[in-house]
Design a protein. Sequence first.
Lengths: 218, 218
Amino acid sequence: MTLSEEDYIKAIYHLGKGENTTVSTNAVAEKMDTKPSSVTDMVKKLSEKGVANYKPYKGVSLTEYGQKIALALVRKHRLWEVFLVEKLDFSWDEVHEVAEQLEHIKSEKLVDQLDKHLGFPQVDPHGDPIPSKNGEFKKAVKRLLNDVPIGTSGICVGVKDSSVPFLKFLDKNKIALGDSILVMDKEEFDESLHIKIKENDIHISNQIASNLYLKITE
Amino acid sequence: MTLSEEDYIKAIYHLGKGENTTVSTNAVAEKMDTKPSSVTDMVKKLSEKGVANYKPYKGVSLTEYGQKIALALVRKHRLWEVFLVEKLDFSWDEVHEVAEQLEHIKSEKLVDQLDKHLGFPQVDPHGDPIPSKNGEFKKAVKRLLNDVPIGTSGICVGVKDSSVPFLKFLDKNKIALGDSILVMDKEEFDESLHIKIKENDIHISNQIASNLYLKITE
DNA sequence: ACATATTTTTAGCTTTGTCTAAATATTTTT
DNA sequence: AAAAATATTTAGACAAAGCTAAAAATATGT
């Protein structure tokens, strides 16, 4: 497999969790499923191009220019994910691989028009925020469902308890990853939560809620 | 510039005009803006892979398998062009470059869903037919507007007379490349044509019509 | 049909991204 | 603080796609 400069930039960006952290050659290699020596080579080149800061043995980080490129890639990736889910009926978990390809298409007009076509969405189907054209965005916050205040809305992105009985319970109650959730009320009396999930009103126990992760949208 | 196998397949396909004609190494090189020696190398590889038939000094053609690949690329290219024009408000002449990139995205589901999303279009914005999923399609026919029978519809794709006065005339009468045209009636008396062009009814002289090329849709 | 012109291929070199194995730095352990 | 373990880089080789220049095959003109 032959990787592009953009792939390296993305890997460095994501390993740094969006902050401009310095990451190790090995970490990049592992993430990209390649060898550390290949990373060293590429990172030298990125450094020459003014995309990354690289000090031998000390790791690598993105320059401001490199971060801009990374943000533009994230923006494209997430917009395409929205497109695939909203317009082409892809499911939550099918989009990543295709978006991974689409994000490399080069056309500023394409991205801007796509954004418009989708109604300027704020988050992707996984609840992650979409950077604006000039690279601004708030970081996604992930919380357990029973830890957020009334009125919070977000997207169900994971479970703490992944035992079979719990997953079966979720299935039976039509709760799935990718569903959007709004916390409507909290009932102290029986320790339960009143939520709206994908247009349905349901009640769930705090017990259940404390095993569901929510990526907060608003 | 580094070209992909798919680019070579497309070039061979288009030079052969969709028929399975044998084309010369030089022709491919010229079309792709590369050197004949590079073409020889790649064509050998395509031959080994069962995509092309190649006899040294005798030119190259596509195998059935190669044609399938070519048709799939054409299908993708044209569907994306429709998408760009219909959904993202690209103009007729801006789509090619972007579609050239998009056609290389690999996902069968993506293409099928895109086709559905667009309402299974039969032709692209240039009036060229879109192959079906299994590679069937009728070749586009290009005619002068005054040579087609009443009832013919198609897309305006070119001019015979490209003088400035003629182009100005077209502009003034809101006739542009990419417009869809339906021939409604012919008037022998004053040698004119009654056409519907982009929802507008207009009359034009045979003189004018004999300088406009139509790609026939139906 | 022969000489000339053109086309196409071959041989060898370049570049880019990758890999392995050895060498060098850095970090951790004792 | 020295030894051992780990991380990182360097050196050298490989594969893919491309190019130039020379050689070989085919086509053309008289």
